[in-house]
Write a protein that binds this ligand. Structure first.
Ligand code: FE2
Length: 245
């Protein structure tokens, strides 16, 4: 890319607030159950920050992994109640719900069979996979979920180095919704991820955007995302479904 073009492309635009999205559907705000919020205070601070950025509704999605974060629906919903009570106490008028970010690992197939998966709105389920490689039965797991009536959303596809544009097109043809992380737009996860994010936006492969907020350092960066050309393009495309949640 020529230098003048790069400078023009990266020149900050007027911010577009997240109120046009209404809802964030990927974050880690339940205290002390994954690598997100460490305390109730931390959780409330992040929720306040997201609310100030324009979100009216937050669907938080703690990690569920067989080895690291063995969170059950009861644990997640118990934590949700704690946070909701504190929001009410502090008069913070944001709607908070909880689901999960399910890691597709060796035990996930069993979890599908129990039927005890946390979903949001119209039976959407948020899933992620390893950053090194997808499980060998990746497509089979997606198919099983869809057969069981779930609408599958793949979290941050742009962050998987092993996935190509052809893979994303294939996932889209399998009715998998793809959720982009806002921080990918500012190069937070590196230039390769940012480039992939831009290409996916160009090709209208993205259906949802998420903050994937883990801590206040993340929260401090979303304002910068609002001034990027890629974010403006996403808003103008009218392809993003967050407002329907
Ligand atoms: Fe996440």
């Amino acid at each position: 890319m020529a230098n003048w073009f790069k400078k023009w492309f990266e020149k900050p635009l007027d911010p577009i607030g997240f109120d046009c999205l209404k809802t964030d559907m990927h974050s880690h705000l339940i205290p002390a159950i994954d690598d997100g919020a460490t305390s109730l205070e931390d959780s409330i601070n992040m929720i306040k920050a997201l609310h100030e950025l324009g979100y009216q509704k937050i669907i938080t999605t703690p990690h569920v992994m067989s080895d690291f974060y063995k969170n059950t629906p009861e644990m997640i919903l118990g934590g949700l109640e704690l946070v909701r009570a504190e929001l009410q106490k502090q008069n913070i008028s944001v709607e908070l719900k909880a689901a999960a970010e399910y890691y597709l690992d060796y035990e996930f197939e069993k979890k599908i069979k129990t039927g005890k998966l946390l979903t949001f709105c119209d039976n959407y389920i948020l899933v992620e996979t390893s950053f090194i490689e997808a499980p060998p039965n990746f497509k089979e797991l997606i198919f099983q979920l869809q057969l069981a009536g779930y609408k599958v959303i793949l979290a941050h596809p742009e962050r998987y180095p092993f996935m190509s544009m052809e893979d994303y097109e294939d996932l889209q043809s399998r009715s998998v919704f793809m959720q982009l992380n806002l921080l990918s737009l500012i190069g937070y996860y590196g230039a390769d991820v940012q480039n992939k994010a831009n290409k996916m936006i160009e090709q209208e492969l993205i259906s949802f955007v998420g903050t994937d907020c883990h801590h206040m350092a993340h929260a401090a960066l979303y304002e910068k995302c609002q001034t990027t050309r890629a974010w403006h393009q996403l808003v103008k495309s009218r392809k993003i479904l967050n407002h329907t949640l």
